[in-house]
Write a protein that binds this ligand. Structure first.
Ligand code: C2E
Ligand code: MG
Ligand code: MG
Ligand code: MG
Length: 278
């Protein structure tokens, strides 16, 4: 009986895997057209300042509004995007959508920081600089509000080229954030060789800091380093009130996480900006 049950389970898993493969192939074949048709939208996760208890910024996060499957998250389609060389096209879609949606908030000074994620592959052939400048111009979005989030994977590429692109964008007023700091090797050398204004502490560093003295000391050291280097620090993955208060008391006042808000469509972000006392 156990053997038969085992076999049934195998068959079920096998069917599920086949279904997953079919689904992935289907999404893969549809992604390019979906980008072109505007099915990739920017959603926004608020970035709050625990000093003023107000929302001061947001991170744009890609969502695929699939006509049949509903709203799909990046884990499903970012790997397909990379595989098909669609990183630039997807980035343009997200940046344009974000700039159009949030320009009013930025224009009245409520939004100080709009983060957009850049894929490392976008530095390889280099239309990133021109793309960003064209979209800022087309949408009238203030460059000083834009923050490009890069990851340490850019270190695997030709550094001088990456640096040139970022320097060009910074000259127009945009800023650069290191995303997911604390994962991977977190090589500090790129703080020396690239123009970086902001470091985002990954949730693996901020999770449970309020109960873990060792983790806490690490955060304090980063706060001190950020102060010395005049880097803005944003804590990611803040899920609990005690965690938020601990981080704020340690000097890490800019925070992002489910404790405040999950990523929201643009039309629901406005209300968060209007609100006091986060
Ligand atoms: P990321 O840039 O580090 O974005 C933060 C991710 O953490 C988001 O997931 C967000 O929803 C999630 N998150 C926020 N607060 C919490 C929290 O308190 N707890 C937990 N467990 N998670 C939290 P999302 O939207 O699924 O995006 C995942 C990743 O996909 C992003 O990580 C980013 O690397 C990539 N991505 C998203 N949008 C884009 C895009 O437009 N372009 C590129 N190249 N990559 C993108
Ligand atoms: Mg990010
Ligand atoms: Mg991140
Ligand atoms: Mg992350």
């Amino acid at each position: 009986a156990a053997k038969a049950a085992g076999r049934r389970q195998c068959v079920a898993i096998d069917a599920a895997m086949r279904e997953a493969v079919v689904l992935r192939q289907r999404l893969e074949s549809e992604l390019a057209a979906a980008i072109a048709e505007g099915q990739i939208r920017a959603w926004f996760q608020p970035i709050v300042d625990l000093g003023s208890r107000r929302c001061i910024g947001a991170e744009a996060l890609a969502r695929w509004h699939h006509p049949e499957f509903g709203v799909l998250e990046p884990a499903v389609f970012i790997p397909l995007m990379e595989k098909q060389g669609l990183a630039d096209a997807l980035f343009r879609a997200v940046l344009r959508d974000a700039c159009v949606a949030l320009r009013p908030l930025a224009a009245r000074g409520a939004l100080r920081h709009l983060s957009v994620n850049v894929s490392p592959s976008q530095f390889r052939f280099g239309t990133l600089g021109a793309d960003v400048l064209a979209i800022l111009e087309e949408t009238g979005f203030p460059p000083q509000v834009l923050v490009l989030e890069i990851t340490e994977a850019v270190l695997l590429l030709e550094l001088s080229h990456t640096r040139d692109t970022l320097v060009q964008l910074c000259a127009q007023g945009a800023r650069v954030a290191l995303d997911d700091f604390g994962t991977g090797y977190s090589n500090l050398a790129y703080l020396r060789s690239l123009p970086v204004h902001c470091v985002k502490l990954d949730k693996s560093l901020t999770a449970g800091v309020e109960d873990d003295p060792r983790a806490g000391r690490l955060i304090r050291a980063f706060v001190q380093m950020a102060g010395t280097l005049e880097l803005e620090l944003v804590a990611e993955g803040v899920e609990a009130a005690a965690q938020a208060e601990w981080l704020a008391a340690a000097g890490c006042v800019l925070q992002q996480g489910y404790h405040f808000e999950r990523p929201l469509p643009a039309e629901r972000l406005e209300a968060v900006f209007g609100r006091d006392g986060t």
